[in-house]
Design a protein around this ligand. Structure first.
Ligand code: BTN
Length: 330
């Protein structure tokens, strides 16, 4: 356990009591300077720790930050790995799988140094966001496995509504939008079981801009992305990243466990779509084509009536980038 986590645990254990820096240092067997640094680190990651003269430190709330303890308590049946920062939670899941972990697991981080997006892009992952990957072992059919990203989109949208009371839309196939800007991206990667030659596990990687400040993103993204909250001070006291992550994971399992028999979540996927009934531009292999989105079918394929041929084509998740055609939709 890191020094920061030890101090956090101590402050949580004494409930709402105050403790002096001296007593903290003595009881945890560390120097006053280490205590002071740990408190500074805790505040940096979002905890509110009050310091009162002659009384000492007092933990007001840990939200919106995450910890191994809060996540394990919220999801007791899952193997959980929490990091303050990591290269990529998807990479870590793949390492767990290649080391032979056959159980489902959740890897969560408050910051990623090499976050990965679709089509080999970088996914900017500064503090304030929450980045998590679910290692999902699967024996389901290929058809059902291919629905996991759509299931995750619906699960995250439900969790955001439940916990943050905010309505989000889904931009086919894997982006969540809030107020017409991207607030979450999903990258799903399959892991082949070499013995049977099928997908044996999947890594569903999710990045949510929770309370990230706009200035912490590259300027090129400022007109495209948003966060659920405008900085930590904007987060209500009954909302936390732990609650949001654990609710999203539970919602995903609710859909996933029955997905072979029950695909009704796709109705919600369609209801939340911000592309059905819209004109779009499709980019693939440096080529741009335009069309009108007619529907999304029960395999989460996009049905697009093309402007050039007048024919309706069926797009799977593939290598397509989709943008709303602003000229035609206005
Ligand atoms: C996209 O929008 O292109 C997909 C972004 C997926 C980002 C998440 S954050 C957690 C997980 N780890 C990664 O490196 N990527 C995914």
């Amino acid at each position: 356990m890191s020094t920061k986590d030890k101090v956090l645990q101590y402050l949580q254990d004494i409930d709402s009591e105050y403790v002096s820096g001296q007593k903290l240092a003595e009881n945890l067997g560390m120097s006053r300077t280490a205590v002071w640094k740990a408190i500074a680190d805790l505040r940096k990651s979002g905890a509110v720790v009050e310091a009162v003269t002659n009384r000492g430190y007092h933990l007001i709330r840990t939200t919106p930050n995450l910890s191994q303890k809060s996540l394990s308590e919220a999801l007791p049946n899952l193997d959980i790995f929490y990091f303050d920062e990591i290269d990529s939670t998807n990479n870590y899941c793949k390492q767990l799988s290649s080391k032979g972990l056959k159980k489902n697991a959740l890897v969560v981080s408050s910051k990623q140094l090499q976050g990965r997006g679709r089509l080999g892009r970088v996914f900017e992952s500064p503090n304030g966001g929450v980045y998590f990957s679910l290692l999902l072992n699967t024996e389901k059919s290929t058809e059902d496995n291919l629905l996991v990203t759509s299931a995750a989109s619906v699960a995250i949208s439900r969790a955001i509504k439940k916990i943050c009371n905010k309505y989000t839309q889904i931009k086919w196939v894997n982006d969540i939008y809030y107020n017409d800007k991207k607030v979450c991206g999903i990258l799903t990667e399959g892991i082949i079981d070499m013995e049977v030659g099928n997908i044996g596990a999947m890594v569903v990687g999710i990045g949510i801009n929770f309370s990230t400040k706009l200035q912490d993103f590259d300027a090129s993204l400022h007109s495209i992305v948003t966060s659920l909250y405008d900085g930590d001070d904007d987060v209500p006291s009954n909302v936390s990243q732990t609650l949001l992550v654990s609710t999203a994971v539970k919602e995903l399992f609710n859909i996933w466990d029955n997905i072979s028999a029950d695909k009704s979540f796709l109705d919600e996927y369609r209801d939340r779509s911000n592309v059905i009934g819209k004109y779009v531009n499709l980019y693939s292999n440096n080529e741009m084509k335009s069309g009108y989105v007619v529907d999304i079918d029960d395999s989460a394929h996009l049905l697009v009536k093309m402007d050039d041929s007048g024919k309706t084509i069926v797009l799977n998740t593939g290598e397509v980038t989709l943008r709303l055609n602003k000229d035609k939709n206005n």
